[in-house]
Design a protein around this ligand. Structure first.
Ligand code: UFG
Length: 345
């Protein structure tokens, strides 16, 4: 069984490559390395002991996609490739619409031409409207507030329309909550460009001494300690969810959304405190104003993924912190400057 992974060199993509290979799948990767690098794939090879076939190409480029599909016998696709920074999407909405929508439309077109109709799409909890009660279930009201989230929502709509029109397609829309952590080897992990926007990479960069202190965005929310609460999920659990979703997509038809979360909320200060406790590192912090667009709490009801896919998250917050720190402390500069693997080879 051969799976094409778009954006397979990225944070979630690289972890999914490891889990697919471990589950016995053949994989090939297409990535243009716009927000990732080939080093992550070399490390996936190191972890799994398997070599990875990859194409350096843009998923918007249909002629490149045609070459990939004609050269390989592909059974299903996992589509990760896309821009993902919320703030940047507000400043450059057209770049987001063009890249994220065009790549998906091109991919669908080429998949159809080559008779490959099983797709897992990398969606996000950000597609849910902000006024839903918690926990979020897949049938709740949708409505993203920034261009990044809207690209996820629009792509979901496109894929729903596709499956309504063509009953031989099967699409799993995976709505991720907050993926953190890293592979236990410490070889692959999240390597954000510039100053991180997300909480866990920010905490680990404070701990490693790259950033001075954590700014806690708001302490007056209606939560246990007043700071924002999110459903953090270990990236390896998330990657395993993709293995289950691809099995489902190969054996079914139709379009279904699945929440991939743990069902538990953790506040900013709880995550910071767990990190300090697990790692023994110092993470100074200061309370800062609320960040525009943030909700007090977001967490999933992941029951559908358990019932239909047979998947459930297993790793707890301590493991997420331990693994995030192993990655960060072994690779203080992420993949950018650290070329020790090349040197070793
Ligand atoms: N936070 C801080 N300080 C920081 C960064 C974050 O206090 O420096 C807080 C936020 O206010 C929030 C929590 O930490 O309460 C989590 O923030 P993240 O930026 O890590 O994550 P978000 O929940 O805002 O967003 C993430 C992804 C989005 C995705 C969304 C889905 O970044 O791409 O989850 O719910 F759409």
């Amino acid at each position: 069984m051969s799976i094409l992974i778009t954006g397979g060199a990225g944070y979630i993509g690289s972890h999914t490559c490891v889990e697919l290979i471990s589950a016995g799948y053949d994989i090939l990767v297409v990535d243009n390395f716009s927000n990732s690098c080939a080093e992550s794939l070399r490390r996936v090879e190191q972890i799994t002991g398997k070599s990875i076939k990859f194409y350096e190409a843009d998923v918007c480029d249909k002629s490149a996609l045609r070459i990939i599909f004609s050269e390989n016998n592909i059974d299903a696709v996992i589509h990760f490739a896309g821009y993902k920074a919320v703030g940047e999407s507000v400043e450059k909405p057209m770049m987001y619409y063009e890249n994220n929508l065009m790549s998906t439309v091109s991919l669908i077109d080429v998949m159809e031409k080559y008779g490959v109709r099983n797709l897992v799409f990398s969606s996000s909890a950000t597609v849910y409207a902000g006024d839903n009660p918690m926990p979020l279930t897949e049938d709740m009201k949708l409505g993203a507030i920034n261009p990044y989230g809207k690209t996820k929502l629009f792509i979901e709509e496109i894929l729903r329309d596709l499956c309504s029109a063509k009953d031989n397609w099967c699409v799993a829309l995976l709505r991720y909550f907050n993926p953190i952590g890293a592979h236990k080897s410490g070889l692959i992990g999240e390597s954000p460009k510039g100053i991180p926007n997300n909480l866990m990479p920010y905490i680990s960069q404070v701990a490693v001494g790259k950033l001075q202190r954590l700014n806690v965005f708001g302490d007056d929310y209606d939560t246990r300690d007043g700071t924002g609460s999110r459903d953090y999920i270990h990236v390896v659990d998330l990657a395993k969810g993709h293995v289950k979703a691809i099995q489902w997509a190969i054996n079914n038809t139709g379009c279904e959304a699945f929440n991939l979360g743990t069902g538990k909320g953790t506040t900013v200060l709880e995550l910071r405190n767990a990190f300090v406790q697990v790692t023994g590192m110092d993470v100074p912090y200061a309370i800062a104003p609320r960040r525009a667009g943030d909700l007090a709490e977001v967490y999933a009801l992941p029951a559908k993924a358990k019932d239909v896919l047979g998947w459930e998250a297993e790793l707890d917050i301590s493991r997420m912190c331990e693994d995030a720190w192993r990655w960060q402390s072994n690779n203080p500069m992420g993949y950018e400057i650290d070329n020790t693997i090349d040197i070793l080879k």
